[in-house]
Design a protein around this ligand. Structure first.
Ligand SMILES: Cc1cc2nc3c(=O)[nH]c(=O)nc-3n(C[C@H](O)[C@H](O)[C@H](O)COP(=O)(O)O)c2cc1C
Length: 199
């Protein structure tokens, strides 16, 4: 079965970004997803020790070290998060930083340079201001390129202004997340015909 990594960046399990993410995943019935809730994982921050420059692995013996193989096998990588200070919440940023392992593997061997998997992103912000998602989009762009993900930013679900009086998520966004899931399922059929390079 095709595998996927669904990375949940919110501490709120029933929160907006999680609900949207589940709506997206619900359409990808042919994919076996590892649901990675970064707030529940032991992920130590990258210390720039340089270990992964030499080999595919990390000096930290934590949950992240055990996830590299699963991420490498994933044909879909989806990320959802609330906006914290216009950025990814710190446990999610630690997760992404620890994927330096993939960046170094690519530098070393040229693997993962080929587009071979699909990336998808969901972000929710309580406020509404110009350019509020730009810093996170840049981080996720870099992350997906490092993993060798193909992505289309125009399809991302970016929701602003949810911390209003009713703290409500308009149903239209859930419908969009489901539609994005269906599109992703169609694209996967093409992507999984290609070989996914292993680090
Ligand atoms: C520490 C913290 C920082 C936040 N910073 C921002 C921010 O910079 N911009 C914004 O629009 N909303 C900000 N918010 C609001 C959250 O993005 C918002 O409540 C979001 O809906 C939560 O998503 P969730 O329901 O998926 O957890 C912040 C919330 C917290 C707790």
């Amino acid at each position: 079965m095709v595998r996927g990594a669904a990375i949940f960046g919110s501490p709120r399990n029933g929160g907006h970004s999680t609900r949207l993410h589940e709506a997206f995943l619900g359409e990808l019935t042919g994919v076996s997803f590892d649901r990675l809730r970064v707030y529940d994982l032991d992920i130590r921050p990258c210390t720039a020790c340089g270990f992964c420059r030499g080999e595919f692995g990390c000096i930290h013996d934590d949950d992240m070290a055990r996830l590299y193989g699963r991420i490498a096998e994933s044909a879909v990588v989806s990320v959802s998060m609330p906006l914290y200070f216009s950025s990814p919440p710190s446990p999610l940023k630690a997760f992404i930083d620890r994927c330096q392992v993939f960046w170094e593997a690519r530098e070393r061997q040229g693997v993962l340079a080929v587009t071979s998997r699909r990336g998808f992103f969901i972000a929710v912000g309580g406020g509404r201001y110009r350019g509020m998602f730009e810093p996170s989009l840049a981080v996720v762009r870099h992350f997906f390129r490092t993993l060798g993900c193909e992505f289309d930013e125009s399809e991302y679900i970016l929701v602003d202004g949810v911390d209003g009086e009713k703290d409500a998520l308009p149903n239209a966004y859930l419908a969009r997340a489901r539609e994005a899931g269906r599109r992703c399922a169609r694209l996967l059929a093409r992507l999984t015909n290609d070989t996914i390079p292993r680090p």
